[in-house]
Design a protein around this ligand. Structure first.
Ligand SMILES: Cc1cc2nc3c(=O)[nH]c(=O)nc-3n(C[C@H](O)[C@H](O)[C@H](O)COP(=O)(O)OP(=O)(O)OC[C@H]3O[C@@H](n4cnc5c(N)ncnc54)[C@H](O)[C@@H]3O)c2cc1C
Ligand code: FES
Length: 307
C-alpha cells in the first residue's frame, strides 16, 4: 500500500506519500479518519471496534437481522461461489483500547451463536473499527471552513456501505460545482461540538482519561523478562516507556509506547496482536509499523541499553 503522509493544499494539491509525491486538483481524505489535523475530527468522533465471524452451521439461514437490545448482534447468510453458505455473526462493539482481552469478544460471539444455531465450525473471524460521530451524523464535505480543494468523508457509524454512497454523491457534486440538497445534513463544517455539547464533553473527557491513565499505568510497568511467548506489556527500558511483545518464537520486540499521532500510550490488542491507541484509534504492528491512522509515523524501536 502507498501511504499518504501529508497534503499541501494549492493549485494543484501536493500529496506526500511514502513513495513520492502526487499532484491532484482535488483530494478526498477517505482514510476512515483523516490523517491531517485540520477540521478537528479527532475530537468530533470516537473509534469503536467490532467483531465478526463466519460459521458453518447445519441450519438454513434466510434474511439479515440486527437486534435492538444490547449487546448488538447481527446475522446474515453469506453464500460462496463454491455453493456453501456461511452464517455471518457480528457484534461486541467497544471503544478502541477499552478491552484488555479482545479474544473474549470472539468467544462471546461464538457462544451466542452456538446457543441459537447448530454450529459445526468457526471458519473465519476478524475485527475492524469505525468512527462514531458525537452527533451521530457522518462528516462529508470540505475538510474545514478554509478548504477549497481538500475534502473529507468520515464518521460512518459502522454504516459505511450506505454512507459511502452518500459521500460519493455529495463530494462529486461539490467538486463539479453542483448543488447537493443533502450537504446541509452531512456538512463536515458544522459545529458538532457546539450542537452536541454533552457527547462532545464526554468524548473529550474520555480521551483525556485515556491519556492520563496510560501515562500513570506505565509508571508501574514491570520488566519484560516475565513475558511468555505471545504476551505483551508496557515496560521501562533505559528510562523510556516501551511496548514489549514476545513473539511465538521467543524473540522480544520493543517499540516506543507513545503513539506518534498525539502522544497517548498504546494498548495491547490480544486477539489481533497489535498495539492500538485508545485516543483516536491508530493501530501499530508489534514491530511499530503503522497499520491504521490517523498516525502516519511508525513507533520507534527501543533498544536495550548495553549491559
Ligand atoms: C464488524 C463490522 C461490520 C460492519 N458491517 C457493516 C454493514 O453491515 N453495513 C454497513 O454499511 N457498514 C458496516 N460496517 C461499517 C463499514 O465497514 C465502515 O463504515 C466502512 O468500511 C468505513 O469506510 P471508510 O471508507 O471510512 O474506511 P475504510 O473502509 O477503512 O477505508 C479506508 C481506506 O483508507 C486506507 N488508508 C488509511 N489511511 C491511509 C493513508 N494514510 N494513506 C493511504 N491510504 C490510507 C485504508 O487502507 C483503507 O483502505 C461494519 C464495520 C465493522 C467493523
Ligand atoms: S491516535 Fe491520536 S494519540 Fe494515538
Amino acid at each position: 500500500m502507498t501511504r499518504a503522509l501529508d497534503v499541501e493544499e494549492g493549485t494543484p494539491c501536493i500529496v506526500k506519500t511514502d513513495r513520492g509525491y502526487l499532484q491532484a486538483d482535488n483530494v478526498i481524505l477517505a482514510t476512515q479518519t483523516p490523517f491531517l489535523g485540520r477540521g478537528g475530527f479527532h475530537s468530533k468522533t470516537k473509534p469503536s471496534r467490532s467483531y465478526a465471524m463466519a460459521l458453518s452451521v447445519e441450519d438454513q439461514i434466510e434474511g439479515m437481522y440486527l437486534n435492538v437490545e444490547a449487546p448488538t448482534r447481527s446475522i446474515r447468510p453469506h453464500p460462496t461461489d463454491e455453493g456453501k453458505t456461511y452464517l455471518l455473526v457480528g457484534g461486541e462493539g467497544h471503544a478502541v483500547g477499552e478491552e484488555p482481552d479482545t479474544s473474549r469478544r470472539y468467544a462471546a460471539l461464538e457462544s451466542w451463536a452456538r446457543e441459537r444455531f447448530r454450529v459445526s465450525s468457526v471458519d473465519y473471524q476478524w475485527s475492524a473499527q469505525d468512527y462514531m460521530p458525537v452527533d451521530n451524523v457522518p462528516f462529508i464535505g470540505p475538510i474545514d471552513t478554509k478548504a477549497r480543494y481538500i475534502y473529507v468523508a468520515t464518521g460512518f457509524l459502522k454504516w459505511g456501505m450506505t454512507h459511502s454512497m452518500v459521500a460519493a454523491t455529495i463530494l462529486s457534486d461539490l467538486i463539479a460545482g453542483r448543488r447537493n440538497e443533502w450537504l446541509p445534513v452531512f456538512d463536515s463544517r458544522r459545529d458538532a461540538l457546539l450542537e452536541s455539547p454533552v457527547e462532545s464533553l464526554l468524548n473529550g473527557l474520555e480521551t483525556a482519561r485515556q491519556f492520563a491513565t496510560g501515562k500513570a499505568s506505565s509508571l508501574f510497568a514491570g520488566p519484560p523478562d516475565d513475558l511468555r511467548p505471545g504476551e505483551a506489556t508496557i515496560v521501562h527500558v533505559d528510562g523510556k516507556k516501551a511496548a514489549a511483545y514476545r513473539d511465538e518464537a521467543g524473540k522480544l520486540h520493543q517499540v516506543s509506547a507513545t503513539c506518534t499521532h498525539l502522544g497517548c500510550d498504546v494498548k495491547w490488542n490480544t486477539a489481533e496482536a497489535t498495539w492500538d491507541c485508545p485516543c483516536h484509534g491508530s493501530r501499530f504492528n508489534y514491530d511499530g509499523s503503522v497499520i491504521q491512522g490517523p498516525a502516519v509515523d511508525a513507533l520507534d524501536a527501543v533498544e536495550e541499553p548495553p549491559s
